[in-house]
Design a protein around this ligand. Structure first.
Ligand SMILES: NC(=O)CC[C@H](N)C(=O)O
Length: 246
Protein backbone atom coordinates (compact mmCIF):
# COMPACT_ATOMS: atom_id res chain seq x y z
CA UNK A 1 0.00 0.00 0.00
CA UNK A 2 1.38 3.39 -0.96
CA UNK A 3 0.15 6.88 -1.66
CA UNK A 4 1.51 8.63 -4.73
CA UNK A 5 2.41 12.30 -4.45
CA UNK A 6 2.85 14.21 -7.70
CA UNK A 7 6.44 15.40 -7.38
CA UNK A 8 7.00 17.84 -10.23
CA UNK A 9 6.96 21.04 -8.21
CA UNK A 10 5.58 22.46 -4.94
CA UNK A 11 5.05 20.94 -1.51
CA UNK A 12 5.37 17.22 -2.32
CA UNK A 13 8.06 16.58 0.31
CA UNK A 14 5.85 18.09 3.00
CA UNK A 15 3.00 15.74 2.05
CA UNK A 16 5.33 12.74 2.14
CA UNK A 17 6.50 13.80 5.62
CA UNK A 18 2.89 14.24 6.79
CA UNK A 19 2.05 10.75 5.50
CA UNK A 20 5.11 9.30 7.24
CA UNK A 21 3.91 10.80 10.54
CA UNK A 22 0.80 8.61 10.34
CA UNK A 23 2.75 5.55 9.23
CA UNK A 24 1.95 5.67 5.50
CA UNK A 25 4.46 5.46 2.65
CA UNK A 26 4.38 8.33 0.17
CA UNK A 27 5.84 7.69 -3.28
CA UNK A 28 7.06 10.47 -5.57
CA UNK A 29 5.27 10.37 -8.92
CA UNK A 30 6.99 11.80 -11.99
CA UNK A 31 6.10 9.30 -14.71
CA UNK A 32 2.71 7.98 -15.88
CA UNK A 33 3.59 4.31 -15.24
CA UNK A 34 4.38 5.02 -11.58
CA UNK A 35 0.66 5.56 -11.01
CA UNK A 36 0.13 1.82 -11.51
CA UNK A 37 1.84 1.11 -8.20
CA UNK A 38 -0.11 3.42 -5.89
CA UNK A 39 -3.55 3.23 -4.30
CA UNK A 40 -4.20 6.95 -3.94
CA UNK A 41 -2.78 10.20 -5.30
CA UNK A 42 -2.05 13.61 -3.78
CA UNK A 43 -1.54 16.61 -6.06
CA UNK A 44 0.28 19.16 -3.92
CA UNK A 45 0.22 22.94 -3.74
CA UNK A 46 2.71 24.98 -5.70
CA UNK A 47 2.00 26.89 -8.89
CA UNK A 48 -0.68 25.34 -11.02
CA UNK A 49 0.42 26.74 -14.41
CA UNK A 50 3.99 25.52 -13.90
CA UNK A 51 2.79 22.17 -12.57
CA UNK A 52 0.46 21.76 -15.57
CA UNK A 53 3.29 22.52 -18.01
CA UNK A 54 5.57 20.00 -16.32
CA UNK A 55 2.79 17.40 -16.19
CA UNK A 56 2.23 17.91 -19.91
CA UNK A 57 5.98 17.50 -20.63
CA UNK A 58 5.93 14.20 -18.72
CA UNK A 59 2.72 13.10 -20.51
CA UNK A 60 0.97 12.72 -17.15
CA UNK A 61 -2.46 14.16 -17.94
CA UNK A 62 -4.03 11.07 -19.58
CA UNK A 63 -2.72 8.80 -16.77
CA UNK A 64 -3.94 11.14 -14.03
CA UNK A 65 -7.40 11.43 -15.64
CA UNK A 66 -7.51 7.65 -15.89
CA UNK A 67 -6.51 7.41 -12.20
CA UNK A 68 -9.34 9.79 -11.22
CA UNK A 69 -11.85 7.75 -13.20
CA UNK A 70 -10.87 4.45 -11.52
CA UNK A 71 -12.39 5.69 -8.25
CA UNK A 72 -9.13 5.66 -6.32
CA UNK A 73 -8.82 8.56 -3.86
CA UNK A 74 -7.27 11.73 -5.29
CA UNK A 75 -6.63 14.85 -3.19
CA UNK A 76 -5.69 18.23 -4.60
CA UNK A 77 -4.32 20.83 -2.22
CA UNK A 78 -4.22 24.44 -3.40
CA UNK A 79 -2.63 24.29 -6.90
CA UNK A 80 -3.68 20.61 -6.87
CA UNK A 81 -7.29 21.66 -6.20
CA UNK A 82 -7.11 23.97 -9.24
CA UNK A 83 -5.88 21.10 -11.43
CA UNK A 84 -8.62 18.75 -10.17
CA UNK A 85 -11.44 21.23 -10.84
CA UNK A 86 -13.56 21.00 -13.98
CA UNK A 87 -13.26 24.75 -14.48
CA UNK A 88 -10.77 27.41 -13.35
CA UNK A 89 -11.06 31.17 -13.74
CA UNK A 90 -8.40 33.84 -13.26
CA UNK A 91 -5.90 31.83 -15.29
CA UNK A 92 -2.87 33.18 -17.11
CA UNK A 93 -3.31 34.14 -20.76
CA UNK A 94 -3.89 30.98 -22.78
CA UNK A 95 -5.20 29.12 -19.74
CA UNK A 96 -3.80 25.86 -18.50
CA UNK A 97 -4.68 22.23 -18.87
CA UNK A 98 -6.71 20.73 -16.03
CA UNK A 99 -7.12 17.13 -14.93
CA UNK A 100 -10.77 17.79 -14.03
CA UNK A 101 -13.25 15.48 -12.35
CA UNK A 102 -14.25 17.74 -9.48
CA UNK A 103 -17.51 19.46 -10.41
CA UNK A 104 -16.39 22.90 -9.25
CA UNK A 105 -15.39 26.29 -10.58
CA UNK A 106 -12.22 27.48 -8.87
CA UNK A 107 -10.76 30.97 -8.85
CA UNK A 108 -6.97 30.52 -9.09
CA UNK A 109 -5.87 33.43 -6.91
CA UNK A 110 -9.12 34.29 -5.15
CA UNK A 111 -7.45 35.55 -1.99
CA UNK A 112 -4.99 37.76 -3.86
CA UNK A 113 -1.23 37.77 -4.30
CA UNK A 114 1.52 36.04 -2.34
CA UNK A 115 1.56 39.02 0.06
CA UNK A 116 -2.11 38.44 0.87
CA UNK A 117 -1.39 34.92 2.12
CA UNK A 118 -2.86 34.33 5.57
CA UNK A 119 -3.67 31.77 8.24
CA UNK A 120 -7.00 31.34 9.96
CA UNK A 121 -8.87 28.84 12.11
CA UNK A 122 -11.44 27.05 9.96
CA UNK A 123 -14.55 25.41 11.34
CA UNK A 124 -14.40 21.73 10.32
CA UNK A 125 -17.23 19.85 12.09
CA UNK A 126 -17.38 17.08 9.46
CA UNK A 127 -13.63 16.45 9.71
CA UNK A 128 -13.84 16.34 13.52
CA UNK A 129 -16.82 13.98 13.35
CA UNK A 130 -14.80 11.47 11.31
CA UNK A 131 -11.28 11.95 12.63
CA UNK A 132 -11.80 13.25 16.16
CA UNK A 133 -9.98 16.22 17.61
CA UNK A 134 -11.16 19.81 17.78
CA UNK A 135 -13.86 21.36 15.59
CA UNK A 136 -11.35 23.78 14.11
CA UNK A 137 -8.38 23.38 11.81
CA UNK A 138 -5.49 25.72 11.14
CA UNK A 139 -5.90 26.80 7.53
CA UNK A 140 -2.68 27.96 5.86
CA UNK A 141 -3.65 29.91 2.71
CA UNK A 142 -0.77 30.73 0.36
CA UNK A 143 -1.80 32.75 -2.70
CA UNK A 144 -4.79 30.54 -2.35
CA UNK A 145 -7.63 29.65 -4.67
CA UNK A 146 -11.28 29.35 -3.60
CA UNK A 147 -14.24 27.43 -4.94
CA UNK A 148 -16.81 29.80 -6.45
CA UNK A 149 -19.35 27.18 -7.48
CA UNK A 150 -19.83 23.53 -6.61
CA UNK A 151 -22.11 20.96 -8.28
CA UNK A 152 -24.89 19.00 -6.55
CA UNK A 153 -22.69 15.96 -5.77
CA UNK A 154 -20.04 18.05 -4.05
CA UNK A 155 -20.04 18.04 -0.26
CA UNK A 156 -18.74 21.24 1.32
CA UNK A 157 -16.35 20.45 4.19
CA UNK A 158 -15.20 23.97 5.04
CA UNK A 159 -15.78 27.54 4.05
CA UNK A 160 -14.09 30.76 5.00
CA UNK A 161 -15.11 34.41 5.36
CA UNK A 162 -13.96 36.62 2.52
CA UNK A 163 -11.21 38.92 3.86
CA UNK A 164 -12.27 42.54 4.25
CA UNK A 165 -9.80 43.92 1.69
CA UNK A 166 -11.98 42.15 -0.80
CA UNK A 167 -10.09 40.98 -3.89
CA UNK A 168 -13.03 39.20 -5.45
CA UNK A 169 -13.76 42.17 -7.65
CA UNK A 170 -11.07 40.69 -9.95
CA UNK A 171 -13.72 38.21 -11.10
CA UNK A 172 -17.19 39.17 -9.87
CA UNK A 173 -19.55 36.24 -9.52
CA UNK A 174 -23.14 36.29 -10.77
CA UNK A 175 -24.51 36.32 -7.27
CA UNK A 176 -22.71 39.55 -6.51
CA UNK A 177 -20.83 39.86 -3.24
CA UNK A 178 -20.38 36.71 -1.23
CA UNK A 179 -19.77 36.71 2.49
CA UNK A 180 -18.06 33.32 2.51
CA UNK A 181 -16.36 31.07 0.00
CA UNK A 182 -15.86 27.31 -0.09
CA UNK A 183 -12.35 26.08 0.73
CA UNK A 184 -12.69 22.30 1.23
CA UNK A 185 -14.86 19.81 -0.65
CA UNK A 186 -15.36 16.15 -1.28
CA UNK A 187 -16.99 14.50 -4.27
CA UNK A 188 -16.86 10.70 -4.02
CA UNK A 189 -13.20 9.71 -4.37
CA UNK A 190 -12.05 13.30 -4.83
CA UNK A 191 -10.97 15.68 -2.07
CA UNK A 192 -10.00 19.31 -2.57
CA UNK A 193 -8.59 21.83 -0.10
CA UNK A 194 -7.65 25.42 -0.95
CA UNK A 195 -5.23 25.50 2.00
CA UNK A 196 -2.13 23.49 3.00
CA UNK A 197 -2.74 20.84 5.73
CA UNK A 198 0.72 19.38 5.04
CA UNK A 199 2.27 22.53 6.55
CA UNK A 200 0.66 21.93 9.94
CA UNK A 201 1.20 19.22 12.54
CA UNK A 202 -2.49 18.24 12.44
CA UNK A 203 -2.74 15.10 10.29
CA UNK A 204 -6.51 14.78 10.25
CA UNK A 205 -6.97 15.76 6.57
CA UNK A 206 -4.38 13.12 5.63
CA UNK A 207 -6.14 10.44 7.67
CA UNK A 208 -9.54 11.60 6.35
CA UNK A 209 -8.18 11.15 2.82
CA UNK A 210 -6.83 7.68 3.56
CA UNK A 211 -10.15 6.67 5.09
CA UNK A 212 -11.91 7.71 1.87
CA UNK A 213 -10.03 4.84 0.26
CA UNK A 214 -11.59 2.40 2.68
CA UNK A 215 -15.07 3.75 1.94
CA UNK A 216 -14.61 3.50 -1.82
CA UNK A 217 -13.37 -0.08 -1.43
CA UNK A 218 -9.73 0.53 -2.23
CA UNK A 219 -7.03 -1.71 -0.81
CA UNK A 220 -6.16 -1.00 2.79
CA UNK A 221 -5.02 2.57 3.22
CA UNK A 222 -5.06 2.34 6.97
CA UNK A 223 -2.84 4.57 9.02
CA UNK A 224 -0.53 2.65 11.29
CA UNK A 225 -0.73 5.20 14.05
CA UNK A 226 -3.74 7.13 15.25
CA UNK A 227 -5.06 9.64 16.05
CA UNK A 228 -4.15 12.06 13.28
CA UNK A 229 -4.13 15.19 15.39
CA UNK A 230 -1.54 16.57 17.70
CA UNK A 231 -3.00 19.82 18.90
CA UNK A 232 -3.00 21.61 22.23
CA UNK A 233 -5.52 19.15 23.67
CA UNK A 234 -2.86 16.50 24.18
CA UNK A 235 -2.16 16.79 27.87
CA UNK A 236 1.41 17.72 28.68
CA UNK A 237 2.39 18.24 25.02
CA UNK A 238 3.38 21.55 23.52
CA UNK A 239 1.78 22.29 20.13
CA UNK A 240 4.32 21.74 17.37
CA UNK A 241 2.96 24.59 15.27
CA UNK A 242 3.87 28.23 15.62
CA UNK A 243 1.02 30.57 16.62
CA UNK A 244 -1.45 31.52 13.91
CA UNK A 245 -0.09 34.33 11.72
CA UNK A 246 -2.84 36.83 10.78
N1 LIG B 1 -0.20 27.65 -2.77
C1 LIG B 1 -0.62 27.33 -3.97
O1 LIG B 1 -0.64 26.18 -4.38
C2 LIG B 1 -1.01 28.49 -4.84
C3 LIG B 1 -1.69 28.12 -6.11
C4 LIG B 1 -1.70 29.30 -7.05
N2 LIG B 1 -2.77 30.20 -6.75
C5 LIG B 1 -1.80 28.79 -8.48
O2 LIG B 1 -2.36 29.35 -9.31
O3 LIG B 1 -1.27 27.80 -8.79
Amino acid sequence: MAVGVLALQGSFNEHITALRRIGVKGVEIRKPEQLNNVDALIIPGGESTTMAKLADCHNLFPAMREFVSTGKPVWGTCAGLILLADKAVGQKLGGQELIGGLDCTVHRNFFGSQLQSFETLLSVPKLAEKEGGPDSFRGVFIRAPAILEAGPDVEVLADCPVPSDDVRTIVPTDEGKKERVIVAVRQGNLLGTAFHPELTSDSRWHSFFLNMGKETGERSLECMSAPGWYLEDRPGKRPRDLPIFQ
